[in-house]
Design a protein around this ligand. Structure first.
Ligand code: GLC
Length: 548
């Protein structure tokens, strides 16, 4: 069914990100799978989310945890089969949960049939033209075609050996060497992705999260990048003009996809993963004829500071309203330090660098969790759509002490361990306190080691405890839905410095980010992110009040 414009499900949905390899492992090989998701759908109903987004489960050599796709239209045997996918989708739909899948259009795996054909073909051939092959610079072509760096560290170009055994052309990979970038000016690439979109739409998915949606088109002539004095930071969010991020040509691709999705009933949606310097720039990805949502990374990147948060909330509401899109809100995902740790970091930590044993400014866990609960209680009061990342409802922190030999993020290898990377937010989640691997997998296998402290954070240990983080999330999601906050509006109330006070529909939100306890306004406390002290709201605490 297609709803009236303005009432589409994605405008207000709370969408829960599942990172399949770390969610639930039914086969016992230490890597989560699709049947594991199906088995836990009732837990997600109980939590109260509207939709799930699945990170990639396609055929892949798993060099970048599945973001290196070898076959876009099949399930990797690690995760199950297409049949398992169809079952999962049907079971989710039966429970009223929508399903968004990840689409990775910027690059494929080097094991993709097309890339293998390109390697075997000659320079200048149609096979090479699907990717970004170029001759090198220097007398013998021994230098890369330009100075671009990979997001994961090191150069963004790799030289190949041609069929005659001689060193030959170079290919571009904004990420790992195993992830060659497609050439999106090539109609064949455009056609192939239309086919892939239809393949999943025909199966019944409700939409796509589009990976690296700001990177598909590169500046004409691939000019050198004039570094503004420091390296390209992880996803390119901080700088103005970067020849591989945010090029005008990408918008035509999404207009095309918008038209394609509109042929299908049911308000299918596209969500952009686009790391751009400002909210206003990101809003260009969700103009009425383009994508439907974009992740609000500007919000995620804002520190625990009342004035800055108020500013980014206002900016977001205004920028997205100007293009008729909902704002989205997000605090954690599989690429950033979990917010139960990030909000208490005391040193600079660029996205993608992660934290490990030797990182400066490591968080105090209690402070991190208190702030995370307060931050989520603020976020879930905001109108629009919100994204949650598996495990945040358990208050999971970043895992800091993963031994070097267990780490798997290509960032760790490509920087010789200088950046810890993203493994710390990807550790398999705990379901049962006293089961092997905390119930993640029956055999006790886990592709990344789980910390001993996680027994106390297991889902079953939190279910019946009204003060647990899980109970807090359940209450927030239920009240958000019941009181229509997703479709509401923000009205700021007067407040002391360091405090955010706002009204949305029937709820008054009061967040104390300051240094001293503050007396709360009149009303009945519906939800508190932490213990209150009589009429006083302690620091790092958010409450929802009602007067009904
Ligand atoms: C996106 C994904 C990230 C991946 C990268 C390359 O940023 O979220 O996990 O490594 O793209 O596909």
């Amino acid at each position: 069914m297609t709803t009236l414009p303005g009432a589409e499900w994605w405008r207000t949905a709370v969408i829960y990100q599942i990172y399949p390899r770390s969610f639930a492992d039914l086969t016992g090989d230490g890597i989560g799978d699709l049947p594991g998701i199906t088995a836990h759908l009732d837990d997600l109903v109980d939590l109260g989310v509207d939709a799930i987004w699945l990170s990639p489960f396609y055929r892949s050599p798993q060099k970048d945890a599945g973001y290196d796709v070898a076959d876009y239209c099949d399930v990797d045997p690690l995760f199950g089969s297409l049949r398992d996918f169809d079952d999962m989708l049907a079971e989710a739909h039966r429970r009223g949960i929508r399903v968004i899948v990840d689409l990775v259009p910027n690059h494929s795996s080097d094991q993709h049939e097309w890339f293998q054909q390109a390697l075997a073909a000659a320079p200048g051939s149609p096979e090479r033209a699907r990717y970004m092959f170029r001759d090198g610079k220097g007398a013998g072509g021994e230098l890369p075609p330009n100075n671009w760096d990979s997001v994961f560290g090191g150069p963004a170009w790799t030289r190949i050996v041609e069929a005659d055994g001689e060193p030959g052309q170079w290919y571009l990979h904004l990420f790992d060497t195993s992830q060659p970038d497609f050439d999106w000016t090539n109609p064949e690439v455009q056609g192939e992705f239309r086919r892939i979109l239809r393949f999943w739409l025909d199966r019944g998915v409700d939409g796509f999260r589009v990976d690296v949606a700001h990177g598909l088109v590169k500046a004409e002539g691939l000019p050198d990048y004039a570094h503004p004095g420091h390296e390209v930071d992880a996803m390119g969010g901080q700088h103005g003009e970067v020849p591989f991020w945010g090029q005008e040509g990408v918008h035509e691709i999404y207009r095309d996809w918008h038209r394609l999705l509109a042929e299908y009933a049911g308000d299918r949606a596209l969500c952009a993963e686009a790391w751009l310097p400002t909210v206003a720039q990101t809003a260009l990805w969700v103009r009425p004829d383009e994508m439907h949502q974009a992740f609000n990374f500007n919000y995620l990147e804002t520190g625990w500071d009342a004035a800055q948060l108020r500013a980014v909330i206002d900016e977001s509401l205004a920028a997205y309203a100007a293009v008729g899109a909902p704002s989205t809100w997000v605090l954690s995902n599989h690429d950033v330090v979990r917010h139960a740790s990030r909000l208490a970091l005391t040193a600079e930590n660029p996205q993608g660098h992660g934290i490990g044993p030797d990182s400066p400014g490591k968080p105090i866990p209690e402070v991190g969790l208190r702030r995370a609960r307060a931050a989520t209680t603020l976020m879930l009061a905001l109108p629009g759509s919100a994204y949650l990342y598996q495990g945040e409802e358990l208050g999971l922190p970043e895992v800091i002490d993963i031994p070097g030999e267990a780490r798997q993020d290509p960032t760790w290898f490509r920087t010789d361990g200088e950046r810890y990377g993203r493994d710390g937010c990807r550790v398999p989640i705990p379901w049962t306190a006293d089961a092997p691997a905390y119930g993640f997998s029956a055999t006790g296998e886990s592709w990344l080691p789980q910390p001993a402290e996680w027994a106390a954070l297991a889902r079953d240990a939190q279910t019946a405890d009204p003060a647990s983080t899980l109970s807090l999330y359940r209450m927030l999601l239920s009240a958000r839905r019941g009181r229509g906050l997703g479709a509401g509006a923000v009205e700021w109330l007067e407040s002391a410095p360091g405090v955010l006070a706002l009204r949305n529909a029937t709820v008054t939100v009061f967040a104390n980010l300051g240094e001293v306890p503050i007396r709360r306004p009149e009303g009945v406390v519906l939800i508190a992110s932490g213990p209150l002290d009589g009429d006083f709201v302690p620091v790092d605490t958010t409450i929802w009040l009602v007067n009904d």
